[in-house]
Design a protein around this ligand. Sequence first.
Ligand code: NAI
Ligand code: MG
Length: 486
Amino acid sequence: MQDHQNKIINFEYAPSIESIDIVNIQPKNKLFIDGKFVEPTSKKYFASINPATGETLAQIADANAKDVDLAVKAARKAYTKTWSKLSGKERGRYLFRIARMIQERARELAVLETLDNGKPIKESRDIDIPLVAAHFFYYAGWADKLDYAVPGKEIKSLGVVGQIIPWNFPLLMAAWKIAPALACGNTVVLKPAETTSLSCLLLAQIFQDAGLPDGVVNIVTGAGETGAAIVNHPDINKIAFTGSTDVGRIIQKAVAHTDKKLTLELGGKSAHIIYEDAAIEQAVEGVINGIYFNQGHVCCAGSRLLLEESIAEMFVGKLKSRMEKLRVGNPLDKNTDIGAINSAGEYGKIKKLIESGIAEGGEYFEPSIQIPTKGYFQKPCFFNKVSSAFSLSRVEVFGPVLTISTFRTAQEAIMKANDTQYGLAAGVWSEKGSKIHKTAAALKAGVIWANTYNKFDPSSPFGGFNESGFGREGGRHGLFPYLSIK
Ligand code: NAI
Ligand code: MG
């Protein structure tokens, strides 16, 4: 009997590795300025690694303030001479073409994203890249309908926008930024995160192939200093940033004395509330998806689980057995659920936070699954029976780490959920619609999912409150930050 059970539990999956033959990674990757790939004036390059192996994938150009200035000049010229002169219909045509070309090259983009970022191929293939194309399609549709987006108002494009994005969804964040900016008639200088530049540079090739006029989108690679050069450039009209709350603060200070528009999409510590009358099996799956999707490198991750006391023990038991079946490993394997932590730095940070949680006395659980010894891999885990004062209930870990607390009444659940300096997202599970509505209305978060989690759609606005930032991306609301509305 014991043997038989073990066989079922330890059912092995035959590896199913996605081929990497489709991608052609250049050893040296230049900057994309004014429609061409150009050497950085510094002549300096830095390495981008594959976090699943620790091996170097390619060298990436390090743009300095002079390169950023060249990119801004190209964007300004393109804005004045071509892009702002096109009709919305013509801009839309380019965006539709780009969206179709992204679909045509979807597999190549997915494999490259997985190699450079470490996320499982099933996520880059089925979530990231389809959403990238969907964003371009969605905003392509708005380009000639902007007058209907804000009826009765006079609207105008802003000019040159500077965009700085993180490494957790490299190409998707680029799409969230570039598609609405171009639809509204602006031109762009974008900086990808230093650990994940490659997919953005492939997107630049797609822009070239689509015949997008030179200078409409410029991509400058580099780290914080390159980002700061964008933020501080005097000829930029708007900054859009997604990343850490700390850097968000620096950026807000830097633009405070200017007339630059600003949107910030920052961190989160989102609550995931499970009432006793929830569909339990689905809710377990929802919690897994909420926190372990993309290794937990998700700003809106459901990182604080709040369970109704009457079901807590049973729910935690089910969660544990589900976690014993999660497959952590080679991101290129189509069976993999959890891939590699994006960088040595993030890996070290997560490890340290877990250790601090254990030292603080949190009831720690990790499954007994095997994980690779090479590369940066972290087992999914949680801290059970913690209070709101527990450090990991408050700090954004940005990794596969969950905290679990209980509540007895809806009022207590809401109070605990709102007890955070953030306000990005939340999830509520109950089979009773009125309970969901009542709870959702009382939660202070930008996005609230009911009986699901981490679902994204380009037509739905996304953004936060408090230290999670301000401004919305996606949907009709996502147009407003890229327009002057009078
Ligand atoms: P980060 O905020 O430093 O990086 C995000 C982007 O900002 C990158 O492109 C980076 O090069 C750029 N940047 C860095 N310093 C800058 C500056 N002074 N001016 C302009 N741009 C600058 O985030 P990092 O260091 O990669 O991650 C640290 C922590 O931040 C994570 O562990 C996580 O907790 C949080 N984070 C949250 C994200 C979210 O989506 N909410 C995304 C990335 C990180
Ligand atoms: Mg990398």
